[in-house]
Design a protein around this ligand. Structure first.
Ligand code: SF4
Length: 303
């Protein structure tokens, strides 16, 4: 059979579901190709995957069109045999492995889709089921929240591979023994934490202090900051800046994408995410502006 894959979002990030579908069909002896509308008469099946709600669904052609992904239906699932296989890394020429050790989360943050989509935290895959490189990017949402996730981290330490938990670790779960364990991991990127509300400020400070104490390296940790109310978020950002942490700010976008971020949310995010300006220009002296000539946003620092 000839199978075509279609990545609706076309972001810089690889689509894990398509990688798994590709691997499974290759094992079945099928021929895999990226979707091309001009060749659609050749396809026995087209798999189209959409992760985000804000990307546009296109009309596709082919004998059999299968659409899936969180952007289509948050409860859509791959068949177990596909979901628990090893992805096809050749599809995006990745030089790192990619996957989830756990799915779900123990928390119910109001702004987050994970509890609705994945439910309570549970084991998903063993690292060795999808590890094919000496480094791995792991997309777990709260790996420290279950014993299985921690056992997998112990395994990662034994394997000696480099990893990045790119969705961030939960600072509230990092006590002295966890910080000690995390300091033994070889990190592909700085450890990422999230500080999405004022309640997380103290736990973030404690976690960072413990990680620094145990010399978890690289020592410049990276903090995700959600911006709903810009005034409230600014307090968190100033606090984190005072702890000499690198931040990445994300304006809140609701799952239906019905409320675009406000100008205040976007301005604050731009200030935080422009590393050179964030380090050298205080918020009070930063003046974002819109450039009417190009119709694009531009930012500058005053003074
Ligand atoms: S802790 Fe993170 S993954 Fe869990 S519900 Fe909150 S934002 Fe979502």
């Amino acid at each position: 059979m000839k199978i075509a894959l279609h990545d609706v979002d076309k972001t810089k990030y690889p689509n894990l579901a398509l990688m798994k579908i590709s691997a499974w069909h290759k094992k079945e002896g099928d021929k895999i190709t990226w979707y091309d509308p001009l060749l659609s008469h050749q396809y026995d099946a087209v798999y189209s995957s959409k992760v985000f709600t804000f990307t546009k669904t296109e009309k596709l052609f082919g004998k059999h069109i299968i659409r899936g992904g969180t952007g289509i239906d948050i409860h859509a699932r791959l068949r177990n045999i596909i979901e628990h296989g090893c992805p096809d890394y050749d599809l995006y020429n990745l030089d790192y492995s990619l996957g989830f050790l756990t799915r779900g989360c123990i928390r119910q943050c109001s702004f987050c889709i994970v509890p609705k989509k994945e439910g309570y935290i549970k084991p998903h895959q063993d690292i060795e089921q999808f590890l094919r490189h000496d480094k791995a990017v792991l997309m777990d949402n709260n790996v420290l929240a279950c014993d299985y996730g921690i056992e997998q981290i112990e395994k990662i330490i034994k394997l000696g591979i480099k990893v990045d938990f790119n969705q961030g670790l939960d600072a509230r779960l990092i006590d002295n023994s966890m910080a000690k364990l995390l300091s033994k991991v070889k990190w592909l990127s700085p450890i990422r934490l999230a500080c999405d509300s004022q309640k997380q400020m103290d736990p973030t400070q404690k976690a960072v202090t413990l990680l620094r104490w145990h010399n978890a390296t690289p020592r410049r940790y990276f903090i995700y900051v959600l911006i709903k109310d810009p005034k409230e978020a600014l307090e968190r950002i100033k606090f984190l800046k005072g702890l000499d942490l690198d931040c990445h700010a994300q304006p809140f976008i609701d799952f239906e994408n019905s409320r675009p971020p406000t100008r205040d949310q976007k301005n604050l995010a731009r200030w935080v995410n422009h590393k050179a300006i964030f380090k050298s220009v205080p918020w009070g002296e930063y003046e974002p502006c819109l450039s009417p000539a190009r119709g694009k946003s531009a930012c500058y620092a005053t003074g």
